[in-house]
Write a protein that binds this ligand. Sequence first.
Ligand code: 48F
Length: 268
Amino acid sequence: MRGLKETDISKAIISTYHDKLLGRIVNDVLIVGAGPSGMTAAFCLAQKGLKVTLLEKRLSPGGGIWGGGMGMSQVVVQDDVLPLLDEIGVVPQAWRNGLHTVDAIELAAGLCLKVVQSGAALFNLLTVEDVCVHRERVAGVVVNRSMIGESLPVDPVTFSAKAVIDGTGHEAAVVGTLRRRGLLASAAGAEQPCEGPMDAMSGETFVVENVAEVFPGLWVAGMSVCATFGGPRMGPIFGGMLLSGKRVAELVAATLTESRERAPAIQK
Ligand code: 48F
């Protein structure tokens, strides 16, 4: 190939990445953590026409999907997520008793593609280390390059949103930033992180039914729900994670629509 310049390759990466990043500093919804719940929430919200940005600290989005159970890259889902899997474009295999298996790599890859094609932006290698709170409401997140923030004295940057979703799984990292400061004391049950022992059936219901706004502007989805409210863990069954992501998307979208409709009345 003629005229191939290394500096052109560098310029292409730097300019397009920074254009993309600049366009995502202000958002309708920021989702922290690109696991199954965060990625499902992202594409469902983007499909509703909202500006959605997903921030993932690792190199590979997908969270706990990749390893299936004990490193065996198959995940299990229930009957009620078949329409969602169809929408994502992955093909499950029927097993028995209303259970189906999905190739974990196909699910992780399918979700990544669905998120990006829905119009949401997905950034890897960005770690959310704190939140912005304005007038007692979460108004955005504080972000550093993964690894840089942990090892060097480098200040972070901030992204804003009307709603932030903690989809960081077992660690409930965003909730933790408020909890450490005693700011979550008003949310019932949210003071202590205490994910319960394994109970797949209860856990799968809990993670969907307890999706909530735990602090003004901050929502929890996926395992963050259990870590925040003390729900049981459920192991490598993933239907609840997808449904939890779908539910948080519905609730957040409804709240944003409601506040948009209320806004003109308040201004009068
Ligand atoms: O852990 P994860 O997959 O969360 P989830 O969507 O799903 C849980 C299941 O995978 C599994 C389970 C199913 O039964 O129990 O554990 O609730 O994905 C969480 C993502 O958040 C990222 C992390 O790397 C992972 O990809 N993450 C965690 N902390 C941060 C973060 C942070 N501070 N900033 C950005 N990303």
